[in-house]
Every structure is written in C-alpha cells, then in structure tokens.
Design a protein around this ligand. Structure first.
Ligand SMILES: Cc1cc2nc3c(=O)[nH]c(=O)nc-3n(C[C@H](O)[C@H](O)[C@H](O)COP(=O)(O)OP(=O)(O)OC[C@H]3O[C@@H](n4cnc5c(N)ncnc54)[C@H](O)[C@@H]3O)c2cc1C
Length: 404
C-alpha cells in the first residue's frame, strides 16, 4: 500500500500519521525545503491549537460548513488534540479566553517531536517536490530537483492549504488542476483579514498601530467583544476577524459595509448617559470624554473622526445623543485586505465534491483535507482543530478505501 500525501502542513502530516499507524507506506510531498512553515508561523502567536468550549458552542464557529465538519471534529475533538499534543511531550493549558495553547507557547518543539515520530513509523519526506496536477491517466505529476516525476500511488491525500501568506508554501496553485477534473471550487477569499477604511490623514498619522481595547463590534445583528487595531489603511484584530465572514461578503457585494463600535460596552446606556450629562465647563471635548466617559485617546480620536465624517459636532450633541454615539460609532469599511495578508482562506473544494470519508467523488482514491476545503472559522484555535480533524478523517478514509 503506497500512499502519497501532498502537503506537509498540519492536515497532511496528520493524515500521514494515521496512514502510517494503519500500516501504509507513506511518502509526504511538499514544494518547500522544509515542512509545516505556516504551522511554525502560527506558533509565533503562541500556537492557539484549539478551544476549550463545549462542542455545541464550538461547532457553530464554522458557520455553514459546521454540518460538513461535525463528524470529523466529533471523531477527533479538542480533547483528543490536546491528548495528542501531550503524548508528543507538549502538554497544553487553557488561557483566560478559553483558548488552548501548548505550555511551550510555540510550534517548533511539537513539530520536531512529531516529525521524529513520523520518521520512526517509516514516513518518508520528499521535499522540494511541487505538485503540478494529474496527467491524462491520473498519474500525479511533480516538479522535483531531479526533474519531472510521475507516480501512481494506491491512494493520495491532498492537503495543500489555502492561499494566505503564500511565501509559507500554500498559494492556491492547485485550483486549476482540480477544476480541470470538473471539481467545484468556491472562490478563495480573505478570512480573518483586516478591512480598508478611508481614515483622514490626521487620524491615521496619530493613531496607526493603536488598539481599541474592550470594545464591542456589531454588524448584521452580530456583536463581538474584543480588540481592534487601527492600521494605516484600515482596521484589523481579533474582534474584526470574528466578524470577517459577514463583513467580507457585504463589502464584496455592495462595495462597503457599516461596522458599529461600542466604545464602552461594559457600561449600561443609562450610566453612560449620566456620565456625559455632567457639565463640561472649560474642559476641551477630549479631556471631557476621557474623564467623564473613560475613553482612551484612540477611542476619542475615532469618535471625532466618525463625527466629522458624518457632518456631526460632538460639542453640540445632548447627553443622550452623545451616549448613543459612543455606543455605536459608525466605521465605513470600503475594501477587504488582500488574501496574501489574511490569516486564513475562505472558499476551496466544495463539500458536495467529497463523500463522508473525505474522498473526491469524481476521483476515487483521492482524499482531501485541511484549509483547502470550503470552510472558514474565526481565530481561536478553530482553524488548526479543523485541519487536524479533517487530516485524521482523510487518513482513516484512505485506510478504509484500501481495505476495500
Ligand atoms: C500568521 C498566522 C498565524 C496563525 N495562527 C493560528 C493559530 O494560532 N491557531 C490556528 O488554529 N490557526 C492559525 N493559523 C492558521 C493555520 O496555520 C492554518 O489554518 C493551517 O496551517 C492550515 O493547515 P493545512 O495543513 O491545511 O495547510 P498549510 O499549513 O498551509 O500546509 C499546506 C502545505 O502544502 C504545501 N503545498 C502547497 N502547494 C503545493 C504544491 N503545489 N506542491 C507541493 N506542496 C504544496 C505547502 O508548502 C504547505 O507545506 C495561522 C495562520 C497564519 C498565517
């Protein structure tokens, strides 16, 4: 049983592990000179492996894709991922936000131990092998250091990732090969990305790089608490990423989207109104807002920016109107940050193209896993959890297929 796994990210490596444990002879092919580059990059942020919330809260994070991922995640849930990490010498802990991290807060020791274990189970690595697609007889084609290679394994698992941060290896270059086989691919789009905002020069020069902390962002009936950072050409950060799917779809459809920011979501409206009812006396508006409403300089800057943009004058507002404005500052998003700068990718191989084993219906013996499938999720460990779980599912799927 010779198996080719193409793509040495978390999804491909996990599929390789399942296959090797099941007795298959596995070779992992990757175009890069080393494996798991995006996984290592994720480690720079502490490596948020998964999330500790119960599955009934966890699964809806995948939005429309949740029903398609449910079985894989139930079969390899967050607790299984944590146990797997611990077995590789990297115990995990739950952070204050419920996110799960390895105690080492990085990916490199985990990846090293994992590669050692894969090596012991006989998994071969073929690096600098760029997969080009299939030929007319469905043989895999690779551009390798020694030239063009063609092979026909007993089964193939493909886990080539999305198209964000292409320098790390995944560049979405696989799309044409799949489409040539009649496989439906949902257009790749930025997920967990920033958005463009036309800031005034004054605001941009003063507040670029500054975080709005403890805010609540609302769009389309959804509200998310967290942090957002002002960038040179817009806004990014955890709370923005959590809303990035509906925001992106609105911006792509209408050219813009109106996001609302509550600058003091911790205060009841009556409390906020009472605070901004106190006399301003000779204080400047900024000093008054800082003292009365407890706003940070960047929050005050944003309030003033939005007021000017909307032709409003903060000083002329009564306390109810001012409190309401602080509770829902409008920001007009005018574009989506490009895919190569997004944290992850929405779109990919349509779930209608695969069976319950993650095998392509149009190409029996070929299995797919990871971010190249058409799902998206916010940051918080949901991305890696789905990559690992679908890797496990595709690995088992290939073993079942080989057993006939
Ligand atoms: C900055 C950053 C931080 C992140 N932090 C987190 C986090 O903390 N938690 C979290 O859950 N997720 C995080 N993610 C997302 C997570 O890293 C990805 O979702 C995950 O790595 C995707 O896994 P994958 O195996 O599907 O694809 P990838 O990890 O992208 O692996 C795909 C592999 O396929 C190879 N490949 C591509 N095309 C070819 C080809 N034609 N031929 C041969 N090989 C090819 C690539 O070289 C690559 O090694 C982060 C992402 C980024 C960019």
């Amino acid at each position: 049983m010779n198996i080719a796994v193409i793509g040495a990210g978390p999804a491909g490596l996990m599929a390789a592990e399942v296959l090797a444990t099941g007795g298959a002879r596995v070779t992992i092919y990757d175009r890069m000179p080393s494996v798991g580059r995006k996984f290592l990059m994720a480690g720079r942020g502490g490596l948020n492996l998964t999330h500790s919330e119960p599955l009934d809260a966890f699964l809806p994070r995948y939005r429309e894709a949740a029903p398609h991922l449910r079985a894989a995640i139930e079969a390899f849930p967050p607790d299984a991922l944590r146990a797997w990490s611990e077995a590789l010498g990297q115990p995990t802990f739950v952070g204050t936000s419920g996110r799960v991290f390895p105690q080492a807060m990085k990916a490199s020791p985990l990846l090293r131990a994992w590669l050692r274990r894969l090596d012991h189970s006989g998994v071969q690595l073929a690096l600098r092998h760029r997969w080009l697609g299939w030929d007319a007889s469905n043989a895999l084609q690779f551009e390798a250091p020694e030239g063009l290679k063609s092979l026909k394994p007993d089964a193939t698992v493909i886990a080539l990732g999305g198209a964000s941060w292409p320098k790390l290896g995944a560049d979405g270059g696989w799309i044409d090969s799949f489409e040539a086989k009649g496989i439906d691919i949902a257009r790749l789009r930025s997920a967990n990305s920033g958005f463009h905002v036309r800031w005034s020069d004054l605001f941009r020069n003063r507040f670029e790089g500054q975080p709005l902390k403890g805010v609540a962002l609302s769009f389309g009936g959804e509200t998310v608490r967290g942090e957002a950072t002002i960038t040179r050409d817009g806004i990014e950060g955890g709370a923005i990423y959590a809303l990035s799917a509906p925001l992106r779809e609105a911006v792509l459809a209408h050219g813009e989207a109106a996001l609302h920011v509550a600058l003091r979501p911790d205060l009841a409206m009556s409390d906020l109104t009472a605070r901004v009812s106190t006399p301003r006396q000779k204080q400047s508006m900024s000093t008054y807002l800082r003292k009365a409403a407890g706003l940070s300089p960047v929050a005050i800057g944003l309030l003033q920016e939005a007021a000017i943009g909307g032709g409003l004058n903060l000083s002329a507002m009564d306390s109810e109107a001012l409190a309401a404005f602080i509770d829902a500052v409008p920001i007009k998003l005018t574009g989506v940050a490009p895919l190569d700068r997004a944290i992850s990718t929405a779109g990919g191989i349509a779930f209608s193209e695969i069976d319950a084993q993650f095998m392509l219906r149009k190409m029996p013996s070929v299995f797919v896993a990871g971010e190249m499938l058409d799902w998206e999720a916010p940051t918080g460990g949901y991305l890696l959890q789905a990559c690992f779980a679908t890797g496990v599912a595709a690995g088992h799927g290939a073993l079942n297929y080989l057993k006939g």
